[in-house]
Ligand binder design. Sequence first.
Ligand code: CP3
Length: 346
Amino acid sequence: MNDLFLKACHRQPVERTPVWFMRQAGRYMAEYQAIRRKHSILDVCKTPALAAEVTLQPIQRFKLDAAIIFADILLPLQAMGLNLEFVEGKGPVIDNPIRGEMGIVELRAVDGEAFGYAGEAIRQALEALDNRVPLIGFAGAPFTLASYAIEGGSSRDYARTKQLMFSQPTVWHQLLSKLSAVVIEYLRVQSRAGAQAIQLFDSWVGCLSPADYEEYVLPHVQSIISALRVEGIPIIYFGTGTTGLLPLMRKAGSDVMGVDWRVRLDDGWNLVGHDVAIQGNLDPMVLFSSEKEIERRVRGIMQQAAGRPGHIFNLGHGILPTTPLHSVEFAIDCVRRFSQDESAAI
Ligand code: CP3
């Protein structure tokens, strides 16, 4: 198997920097759109054969070094009793959001049995991958999940989420503990089905101050990561807008820190320390510019990584729906061209 990605997670030297893209399976691909014309996003996620097929689509088309299982971070919220829907042009909508202590008490504390489809999707994707590249499992981190559960969908200012956090801290911690327990179950199912790494998406945690992150979020992420340590697979912890939080996020204990483009890769790496691997961090919007510009930006990131072991090339956030395919292919080629042979340097 191509194990560049796993080696980089462990900060072992590699002959070439591994590359994969968050949301690499999705609407920018015609073959994904073809499946979505016939099936809803939730159907694709919950039908293992479809989830496995979509997982493989970007692997068949591009020279990627890892696959990520096709699923969504919001699936565990649905299992816990929230009514999840994806509305065209609006994104996720939950029509019975949590508005106080009662809502939290009523949330179901489901175990791994609720995620049988996720394990089966991983098994089928692994079979189809046939050891070409490793398969990444994933889940939402508790703050980001809580924000959807409380706001009832995407949000700009996280007003209700912060209101609960600041005004009822005990209730907040109850909610995050409950979410964390389900996230652990969900990730355990994926790991036991054979996922070779896992990523925790804390996409919106960057809206918090360092002090609030440390008090209201960090202990919960620590508990998830320490519970999953026994699985023996690398754990990636990713958020956006996290420049001011990185040293604290590092304390969550992941093997790899994911960073977006709002921080230089070398500055981000300095902030978390070189005893952890780093993943990132091309602005996904760069893929809408010229080849010359894409090349310049990829080279910049590779120069900042400076051939140190432990860099996984990725975007700073998910690939956008109208991204040109040739730009994706071109960016991957640039990473390959600008890769430094670390094994030769040692
Ligand atoms: O990376 C991959 O290829 C795996 C698939 C994946 C999806 N969602 C499928 C999906 C992953 C890793 C996710 C994670 C996810 N989901 C996150 C964290 C990553 C991030 O972007 O911050 C978040 C916040 C969600 C919640 C979510 N799901 C939103 C906000 C939306 C609507 C977004 C949009 O662009 O319309 C979704 C739906 C969703 N999940 C899509 C995909 C490919 C778009 C769905 C479609 O209509 O086909």
